[in-house]
Write a protein that binds this ligand. Structure first.
Ligand SMILES: N[C@@H](CCC(=O)N[C@@H](CS)C(=O)NCC(=O)O)C(=O)O
Length: 279
């Protein structure tokens, strides 16, 4: 609709609406006390937030991130398991990056959205979920910085360190993806393991800065992204510092089933690959 048309329609509508509201207010004033007291009882339940259509892979922490967030935010996700389908012509036609998590939403210019952090930002913006993603620019910037630092710096180390044990293909260009001698691959994996400690400490000392969570007293979307990422390290028996173990436990306690359910899928997969490796 053209801007001018929207403008010209808004004012009369607002004026027309004002009269019945004023009348109703006057009526409410004149009403006997008993009616006024009864009113709160008839209060309607808050409208349920609409569900979100999510294509996901259960063993993935990128997916776990959005699965936890959607549950914690009460968005009631309708999940489709995309295992084995991400490169199908149907999936690729909608999402040429063939990546999950992916949501579908009519309001999006191309109908779909991938990248876990972008999905959480979009849903938090759309539903006004300031609790998870603060509106104030400076606070929001810290959450964004933590998420970009995770995706750009910490996650590549975590992937190099854990993907071989998880049986996931490494990204092209990685030693683990090449024809290099297994010894070289093992060296690269160990180097990545050793590199994790530094960015991990940055989350603790800089982003948390003495607070329970990056988001303060409540977990933000950056906290969900971080805790989910750290879940993968169990597959290589990475010795997490005690603060990280306490942080993950505190986040799970705060979010309850919303965290535990998707985490269960990741943990179940890790237990499975570890048992296979032992056999
Ligand atoms: N940075 C992305 C990573 C997404 C990603 O790597 N997704 C993988 C699962 S962990 C995937 O869907 N792979 C399927 C494929 O490439 O066909 C995010 O945070 O969402």
């Amino acid at each position: 609709m053209a801007k001018t048309a929207t403008k010209s329609m808004k004012k009369p509508a607002a004026k027309a609406a004002a009269k019945p509201v004023a009348k109703a207010a006057a009526k409410a004033k004149a009403a006997p006390k008993v009616t006024a007291k009864a009113a709160p009882k008839a209060k309607a339940k808050p409208a349920k937030k609409p569900g979100v259509k999510l294509s996901m892979l259960r063993p993935s922490v990128n997916n776990m991130t959005v699965r936890v967030f959607a549950r914690a935010a009460g968005l009631d996700p309708a999940e489709t398991d995309a295992w084995g389908h991400t490169r199908s012509p149907e999936f690729m036609a909608r999402n040429p990056a063939h990546l999950t998590p992916m949501i579908e939403d009519k309001g999006l210019p191309r109908g779909v959205l991938w990248e876990s952090c972008a999905i959480m930002q979009y849903l938090a913006n759309k539903h006004g979920l300031e609790k998870f993603y603060p509106k104030a620019p400076a606070k929001r910037a810290m959450v964004d910085s933590a998420m970009f630092y995770l995706v750009g710096t910490l996650y590549p180390y975590v992937a190099r360190a854990t993907y071989p044990a998880l049986g996931f293909p490494q990204y092209a260009g990685e030693v683990g993806h090449s024809d290099a001698h297994p010894e070289k691959k093992s060296e690269a994996q160990k180097a990545a393991m050793a590199a994790i400690a530094e960015p991990l400490e940055v989350f603790h000392s800089f982003f948390r800065d003495g607070k329970p969570f990056i988001g303060g007293n409540n977990p933000s979307i950056a906290d969900i992204r971080l805790a989910a990422t750290l879940e993968f390290l169990a597959v290589v028996d990475y010795a997490l510092p005690s603060w990280a173990k306490e942080y993950m436990a505190a986040l799970e306690k705060k979010l309850g089933k919303a965290y535990a359910e998707p985490a269960g899928d990741v943990r179940g997969y890790i237990a499975h690959v570890k048992s296979q490796a032992r056999a």
